[in-house]
Design a protein around this ligand. Structure first.
Ligand code: DGT
Ligand code: CA
Ligand code: CA
Length: 569
C-alpha cells in the first residue's frame, strides 16, 4: 500500500473516532477531506514532503500537513493513538452499519457493553437495545434492518470499485490471450457485483491462466483447473473467475457467462421450441453446430438481433429483440457534457480551469460546474458573495479556454420547508440548478422535493433516493409521487453516477420512465479523475433502457430541453 493510502486510512479512522465521541463536525470533515485528497493523490508524498509542498495541496490544512509529515518521519500519528486509546478494537467498524449513528452506538456501548457485531446483533434482537432510554422496539428493528443491509453490502461490491479492479486484472491478459472480455454481472454493469467473471481465448490456455494467477492483485488461488481458475483479490477480498475457451465457442461462452441466469434460461427455452440446443459451446441442431464463434451469430441463430449486455435481465429484451424492436439505448459517445462537477469553491479539489480542460479532453461540449449552496456548510457551501466571485471566475476562465462551454450550475439545498437555499434573483443568474436534499432525510422529503419543483429555476432533482451503496438507506420518500410530479413539471431526475451513489439506479430509472420523466446524468465529481464515473451513469441508463432523447446531456447545450428556456421535449 502506498503511504498516502496508509495515511488516508488513519485519517478516516480518526474521523470515525471523533464522530463516535460527538466532537466538532468541522474537525471531522477536515479529516475526511484530507483522507479523500490523499487517496486521490498520484505523486510521491515523500517527495512532496521534501519539497515542503504538502500544505499547498488543496484540501490539506496546516494541521493535517503536520500529521502527514509526522507519519512520513515516524511511521505513526500520535493523534490517532490518543483518540482510539479508550475505544475497544473493532467497535468503530460498527459505524458502517446503516441506521446506527455514532451517538446511538455510544449509548449501546456504554449501557450494554456491546463491542462487536455479534453482541450488537444479540442486543438488537432481545430486550437490550429496545429497553434503552429513548430507543424502543422501532429503533431496535431499524438497527436489525441496518445489520442485514451491512452484511449484504459486505458480500457484494459496488460496480465502481469492481470496474477499476477488473481493468487492472485483465490488462496483462491481453498480451497472452487473443480475446479477453468481462462477463457476468460486471459486463452487465449491475450496480453491485458478487464476483468478477472474465472470459478469454487464445492459443496457449495454460499461459493465460499463469498470467492471471501471477497478477500482483491476486492474493490467493482457490481453485485451479485446465480451463478455469478462481482467485481472491486484494481488493475487498473479492473473488474473480477466469475461464479459457476455444475460439470457435467464444461467442456462445460469452453469452452463457454474461448471463443473467434468467436471460439464459429464457434463451434455452426459446432454442428448444425451435428444435435447437444452446449451451456454452454453441448452438446445435441435432449433432451439428450452427453457431458459436460470436455473440451476434448465436443470437441470430435463435432469430434475434444481438442484445446489449446491460439489457440481459429478462425484462422484455428477448421479446423485443425477436420482434426487431430493441431500443437504441444510449452510448458513451452520445454524452456531450457533465452536469454535476464540484470545483474548489466548495468541496472539490481542483479549480475551474483544470476541470474545464479535463472535460474538453474527454470530448465534451460543456461542463456544469456545480458547487454546494450555503446551508451545506460542511461541504464548503457558497454564500451569495462567494457565488458571485465563482461566477465571475467562470466568465474569466471561459475567455481563456475555448472549445468547451463552462456552465454556471449549482447544487442547491432544499430547505426544511421546501424552499431553496438562495432567493430566485440568485438562481436566475445561473445556467441551471440541481436541487438536492442534504439534511433531514426522514423529514417530509416528498413534500419538500415537490415544493422545490414549483420553483421555475429548478431544473434537476439530485440523487433522488439519497441512498449510498456503502450502506445508507436514503430518504424516507414516496419516490413514485416525486417522479410523477417531476414529469408533470418537466424537471429532470438525476442519474448520479458517483460510485457510491448510482442514484437513480436501473430499476428506479425504469419507474421514472413509466411516468415520462427526463433524466440528467451527473458524475458528482470532486476532481478530474472522478469525471470518468460517467461510465457508471451510462451503465445505469442503459440498464434502464434509456435512449438519447430521454437524457438531457445527449443534447447540444443550446438544445438541452430545460424548462427555464422553454425548450421542453
Ligand atoms: P454476481 O456475480 O452475483 O454479481 O452475478 P453473476 O450474474 O455474475 O453470476 P455468477 O458469477 O454466479 O455467474 C456468471 C454467469 O454465469 C451468470 O450471469 C450466468 C452464468 N451462470 C452461472 N450459473 C448458471 C446456471 O446455473 N445456469 C445458467 N443458465 N447460467 C449460469
Ligand atoms: Ca459474477
Ligand atoms: Ca462467477
Amino acid at each position: 500500500m502506498s503511504k498516502n493510502i496508509e495515511i488516508a486510512d488513519i485519517f478516516d479512522s480518526i474521523a470515525d473516532a471523533l464522530e463516535f465521541k460527538s466532537e466538532n463536525v468541522f474537525k471531522i470533515a477536515a479529516y475526511r477531506r484530507a483522507a479523500r485528497v490523499l487517496r486521490e493523490y498520484h505523486g510521491d508524498i515523500d517527495k512532496a514532503r521534501e519539497r515542503g509542498t504538502i500544505s499547498n495541496m488543496e484540501g490539506i490544512g496546516k494541521g493535517m500537513a503536520e500529521k502527514i509529515e509526522e507519519y512520513l518521519l515516524t511511521g505513526k500519528i500520535k493523534k490517532y493513538s490518543e483518540v482510539i486509546s479508550d475505544i475497544p478494537e473493532g467497535l468503530l467498524e460498527l459505524l458502517n452499519i446503516p441506521n446506527l449513528g455514532p451517538k446511538t452506538l455510544y449509548l449501546i456501548y456504554k449501557e450494554l457493553g456491546v463491542k462487536n457485531l455479534e453482541e450488537l446483533e444479540r442486543a438488537a434482537k432481545g430486550e437490550g437495545i429496545a429497553g434503552l432510554d429513548g430507543m424502543g422496539s422501532k429503533k431496535a428493528a431499524n438497527i436489525r434492518k441496518g445489520i442485514s443491509l451491512y452484511k449484504l453490502g459486505k458480500s457484494r461490491t459496488p460496480l465502481g470499485i469492481v470496474l477499476a479492479a477488473a481493468e487492472e486484472l485483465a490488462a496483462p491478459l491481453k498480451k497472452t490471450a487473443q480475446k479477453v472480455s468481462a462477463a457476468g454481472s460486471l459486463r452487465r454493469m449491475k450496480e453491485t457485483v458478487g464476483d468478477i467473471d472474465i472470459l478469454a481465448s487464445g492459443a496457449d490456455g495454460e499461459k493465460i491462466i499463469e498470467a492471471f494467477i501471477s497478477h500482483p492483485s491476486v492474493k490467493d488461488v482457490t481453485a485451479r483447473g485446465e480451463t478455469k481458475v478462481a482467485v481472491i483479490l486484494e481488493t475487498r477480498n473479492m473473488q474473480a473467475d477466469l475461464r479459457v475457451v476455444e475460439k470457435n465457442s467464444y461467442g456462445s461462452a460469452l453469452v452463457y457467462f454474461t448471463g443473467s441466469k434468467a436471460h439464459n434460461v429464457k434463451i434455452r427455452g426459446l432454442a428448444k421450441d425451435k428444435g435447437l440446443k444452446v449451451n456454452e459451446y454453441g448452438v446445435f441442431r441435432g449433432g451439428n453446430k450452427i453457431a458459436g464463434k460470436t455473440e451476434e451469430e448465436v443470437y441470430k441463430a435463435l432469430g434475434m438481433k444481438w442484445i446489449p449486455p446491460e439489457l440481459r435481465e429478462d425484462r422484455g429484451e428477448i421479446e423485443a429483440s425477436l420482434r426487431g424492436k430493441l431500443p437504441h439505448i444510449i452510448e458513451g459517445t452520445d454524452i456531450k457534457g457533465d452536469f454535476h462537477v464540484h470545483s474548489n469553491y466548495s468541496d472539490g479539489t481542483e479549480d475551474i480551469k483544470t476541470l474545464a480542460l479535463a472535460a474538453k479532453k474527454m470530448g465534451y461540449a460543456y461542463i456544469g460546474i456545480c458547487d454546494h449552496s450555503k446551508t451545506s456548510r460542511i461541504a464548503g457551501g457558497l454564500d451569495e458573495e462567494t457565488l458571485k466571485k465563482r461566477n465571475a471566475e467562470i466568465d474569466e476562465v471561459q475567455k481563456q479556454v475555448n472549445g468547451i462551454k463552462i456552465l454556471k450550475g449549482m447544487e442547491v439545498d432544499i430547505l426544511s420547508d421546501g424552499r431553496l437555499d438562495y432567493p430566485d434573483i440568485v438562481l436566475e443568474k445561473l445556467d441551471f440548478v440541481i436541487a438536492a436534499v442534504h439534511q433531514g432525510f426522514a423529514k417530509n422529503v416528498t413534500h419538500r422535493m415537490k415544493t422545490a419543483m414549483e420553483n421555475p429555476f429548478v431544473d434537476i432533482i439530485a440523487h433522488p433516493t439519497g441512498r449510498l451503496l456503502s450502506g445508507r438507506e436514503g430518504y424516507t420518500i414516496e419516490l413514485e409521487s416525486v417522479m410523477e410530479h417531476a414529469a408533470k413539471k418537466r424537471v429532470a431526475l438525476e442519474i448520479n453516477a458517483s460510485a457510491d451513489r448510482m442514484d437513480l439506479n436501473d430499476i428506479n430509472i425504469m419507474k421514472g420512465q413509466d411516468f415520462g420523466a427526463g433524466f440528467a446524468i451527473g458524475t458528482d465529481a470532486h476532481n478530474t479523475e472522478m469525471l470518468e464515473q460517467m461510465k457508471l451513469g451510462i451503465g445505469m441508463a442503459r440498464r434502464g433502457w434509456l435512449e438519447r432523447k430521454d437524457v438531457l446531456n445527449t443534447f447540444a447545450w443550446k438544445d438541452v430541453p430545460l424548462r427555464r428556456y422553454g425548450k421542453i421535449k
